[in-house]
Design a protein around this ligand. Sequence first.
Ligand code: AP5
Length: 213
Amino acid sequence: MRIILLGPPGAGKGTQAKSMSESLGIVHISSGDLLRDHQARGTELGNTAHSYMQQGLLVPDELIIGMIEERIQLPDAKNGYVLDGFPRTVEQAKALEEALEKQGETIDRVANISVSEEELILRLGGRWICRQCQKPYHEVNSVPRKHGVCDDCGGELYQREDDVPEAVSHRIKVFAEQTTPLIRYYTEKGNLVEVDGEGRIEEVRESLLSAVA
Ligand code: AP5
């Protein structure tokens, strides 16, 4: 099963993709996590992407598309995946389709998670992420058992540099301008499902699992 999760920054894509991949036995592929990994390793892609990400702007399509095409061809993606953060533009969606077509594959479901802007700001302002396994936490909504430590792998929790207010407002604006057209694109293709992302994490999880079933 190949699933795309769409939604603004802080909608819960990472939280839900991680849990869906465990429930459905498919891999979670996050474009943001892949880019942050490139940055941590100091690759050319990571260094180029850094200034865009820090400002809350999209990294150019030509850099992202190749990175994702390579990732979905790895053996662990053979049985399917949950794509989180990709595609983000119609150009990226078309490139993904072309790459899949060559392998006789298609996307099965696209789920769009909607959350109000006020809630997105609260979520991103209080988010902490595991440096090791990337699991997101929140200082109010999803508190780790031990302060600063990931429940799952014991990794150190940190705050992302693009979760500062200025970058957050840029990211929300960029989503409205550059990613919203994708909602129409997939609606016209007939495989988009809408999911209310405002409930508790477990409620959103149930809605998503039944929406993609
Ligand atoms: P990326 O890492 O993809 O960030 P994003 O899309 O901005 O999304 P986030 O990771 O911030 O939020 P999320 O929806 O995953 O929410 P989460 O589950 O963490 O991209 C970062 C940057 O990389 C981009 O700005 C861009 O520069 C670049 N990039 C990436 N992909 C690209 C592409 N395809 N093209 C070009 N550039 C690209 O949850 C947020 C918080 O809320 C957490 O604290 C969580 O615990 C909490 N929470 C989650 N669900 C709930 C709930 N139901 N109730 C209460 N709290 C909740």
